[in-house]
Design a binder for this molecule. Structure first.
Ligand code: 5GP
Ligand code: ZN
Length: 113
């Protein structure tokens, strides 16, 4: 399958991993938008948040269990952080494998642009 994140999971493309277990991989974004910018992905190819259902939602729960651990590890648990998933090209999704951005280390405006 021609998916960058599946290749990262398979080790075919290198990444700076910060966390890995049976279901979840987290690694540094190659083009960080904040001092802390981590991507969390399921180890199953789910295209986007639009494809989450009763069969695969456990991956999302697992990812959200990992988020506080990584936030602590990266030193942003107390200072605050943002979790974002872009769904579809018009929302800014460029890699069609479900991922959550964990961003921290600076302040963020709301609402987003
Ligand atoms: P999206 O735009 O789909 O929400 O987010 C995709 C993210 O993946 C972008 O922030 C982009 O910088 C990151 N990205 C794309 N290709 C690679 C890669 O090969 N390695 C890593 N570590 N990040 C990547
Ligand atoms: Zn994939």
């Amino acid at each position: 399958m021609d998916c960058i994140f599946c290749k990262i999971i398979a080790g075919e493309i290198p990444s700076k991993k910060v966390y890995e277990d049976e279901h979840v991989l987290a690694f540094e974004d190659i083009s960080p938008r904040a001092p802390v910018h981590i991507l969390l992905i399921p180890k199953e190819h789910i295209v986007s948040a639009a494809e989450i259902n009763g069969e695969n939602s456990a991956y999302v729960a697992k990812i959200f269990e990992v988020i506080p651990k990584i936030a602590e590890q990266m030193g942003v648990k107390e200072s605050g952080f943002r979790v974002v998933t872009n769904c579809g090209a018009s929302a800014g999704q460029s890699v069609m494998h479900l991922h959550f951005h964990l961003l921290g280390g600076r302040s963020f405006s709301w609402p987003p642009g």
